[in-house]
Design a protein around this ligand. Structure first.
Ligand SMILES: NC(=O)c1ccc[n+]([C@@H]2O[C@H](COP(=O)([O-])OP(=O)(O)OC[C@H]3O[C@@H](n4cnc5c(N)ncnc54)[C@H](OP(=O)(O)O)[C@@H]3O)[C@@H](O)[C@H]2O)c1
Length: 248
């Protein structure tokens, strides 16, 4: 699908107020797509982004939700439908990335990772499927799913689960829904860390460099425009997935 074929569509992007989600939302706006900006706590950033996206000539809305056990994802989708009308695309980007090793992982930690990183994207995708006739979904995964991450095991398990969910939903929600994944590698340091986090790790990347948010956004846009691809995962990681071992 060329840029002009994306024009006029509407996307819901979760965790869109900053970092990678923000870049995806901006790229969608620049491709002529109306954007529903979901946020949890970054209200000010979400409002500013809404203004920037509207200035690019499309519609934008903001919606707040804190994903947890209590969240009614079906209602979230129907609320967005009421505000924005049709939804064509869902980008499941919101995520948490807590540290934990195998010895320290508790069931509550694991459950929280699964609630936010696996169940929320799954339940949103299923509600999207139940309430609309067709659509495309991109789930943000992580290059770590190709191997092991010994330092963020709860996060790692939740993304592996989401990768399997992506493929199974691609089969069961076909032919009118396309469900794919993008698995970034070194892109931006975890919140609170500096660029040195990336620099210290580039020697583990075959292409000897780290990417940026726009590398990820480009792949998301590509998948949302593709008409013969489902159940696939694009690694946007400079080849890091080929090496299989990750120490955080
Ligand atoms: N950064 C990287 O280099 C990298 C590498 C590999 C994979 N990824 C994946 O790419 C995606 C984006 O990465 P990122 O680093 O930009 O993400 P991030 O900053 O860690 O999180 C994105 C957003 O998720 C939202 N969020 C967190 N907990 C939530 C909850 N309980 N309910 C609803 N929203 C919640 C937050 O929204 P508020 O700010 O509004 O609170 C946050 O801004 C993630 O899925 C991540 O796993 C990133």
């Amino acid at each position: 699908m060329k840029k002009d074929q994306l024009t006029g569509k509407t996307a819901l992007v979760t965790g869109a107020a900053k970092r990678i989600g923000r870049e995806i939302a901006l790229s969608l706006g620049n491709s002529g797509v109306n954007v529903v900006i979901h946020y949890r706590s970054s209200a000010g950033k979400a409002e500013k982004l809404k203004q920037i996206i509207e200035d690019s000539g499309v519609n934008a809305w903001v919606t707040q939700a804190t994903f947890s056990k209590e969240t009614d994802y079906s209602k979230l989708i129907s609320n967005v439908k009421e505000v924005a009308g049709n939804i064509d695309f869902l980008v499941n980007n919101a995520s948490i990335f807590p540290k934990a090793d195998l010895k320290g992982l508790g069931v509550d930690d694991l459950e929280k990772n699964i609630q936010i990183n696996s169940w929320a994207p799954f339940a949103l995708t299923r509600s999207f499927f139940n309430q609309f006739d067709s659509g495309k979904v991109v789930n943000l995964l992580d290059t770590r799913i190709a191997g092991y991450d010994w330092n963020h095991v709860g996060y790692y398990f939740s993304k592996v689960l989401l990768a399997r969910m992506t493929k199974m939903m691609a089969i069961r929600f076909a032919p009118d829904f396309f469900i794919n994944g993008v698995a970034p590698g070194l892109v931006i340091p975890p919140e609170g860390l500096t660029e040195s986090y990336l620099e210290e790790r580039v020697d583990r990347v075959p292409l000897s460099k780290y990417g940026d948010e726009s590398d990820v956004a480009e792949s998301v846009i590509f998948l949302l425009g593709a008409n013969f691809i489902t159940g696939q995962i694009i690694y946007v990681d400079g080849g890091r997935n080929l090496l299989h071992e990750f120490e955080g």
